[in-house]
Design a protein around this ligand. Sequence first.
Ligand code: NDP
Length: 322
Amino acid sequence: MQYRRLGRTGLQLSALSFGAWVTFGRQVGRSEARELMALAWDRGINFFDNAETYNHGEAERLMGDVLADLRFPRDSYCVSSKVYFGAAEKPRPTQRGLSRKHVIEACHQALERLRVGHLDLYFCHRPDPETPIDETVAAMDTLIRQGKVLYWGTSEWSAAEIHEAHRVARDMHMYAPVVEQPQYNLLHRERVEQEYAPLYEHYAMGTTIWSPLASGLLSGKYNQGVPQGSRITQPGYEWLRDMVLGENSSRVEKVKQLSVIAAELGTTPAQLAIAWCLTNPHVSTVLLGASRREQLEQNLGALDLLPRIDAALKQRIESSVA
Ligand code: NDP
């Protein structure tokens, strides 16, 4: 495993990390979750990502059970939660958003479900236009001063919103966000590469990037149709199907081009797509998702491929999906 500092902090995260979205508590039960996390751990992964909303708190509960069961030393791994969407199926107004009340109560609930004394990373899962940013910054600052959270960050906030959070934190002498969690993959690049560029310069912001395979698409699994049981066939995720496949299967056609390059190199499109994410120096860690052990095994192999991606190959990879 390779480790990278999370932005300007002293925290070293594994370059590949592991998240629970869709899978934990839905496609993955207790024994599979245990197997996946044990494998991740054995291979040096030290960051496990979660959120209050993932399967309405069930993903955190399952991860907490497994962490307790596997008994990894608490100082050897990092675990996160995210607040905004709420854990309840139909959240009431105080059970969602970024008000001081919900940020603090959601943290307490995540600590309970994950069975840990503190969250290493705590993210605002989306911006909340109905709460003043200073209220959210102050709530995060309180949690850090209480030792319940070590670092806080944002997820899918605009660069302008992140600048504003920094301004408020500086003016109020409070802890500022140190990390963003954006989507980043070969088919979704602009925000991380362009919009956030000034944030790396001004604040040395770190990123924990999500959906490196665009929900599995970049593995080539949809090149010949949609396999039963895959993410986009899950009940309740119909909205994701259109986003993943795109109109007229145009996105699938691009992945077919990527698959040609992968075959030439004797690798898989998944490994190629993940290794490509790692070539960006502003990526602190690539969050992997997996519903099966073989997927995680394969995806971890991206690290071995990384040294082979020189500028010319990188250009070829990017052109194949342009
Ligand atoms: P990916 O884009 O890598 O998608 C993972 C899914 O793709 C797997 O669950 C599996 O789905 C399929 N897959 C993975 N590897 C392979 C393979 N080698 N061959 C075939 N299929 C494969 O990542 P995620 O979208 O899961 O994102 C990773 C993590 O990022 C999440 O778990 C979560 O922690 C975080 N995240 C954060 C968000 C945010 O808003 N902050 C939003 C989304 C994710 P299947 O087998 O079901 O087809």
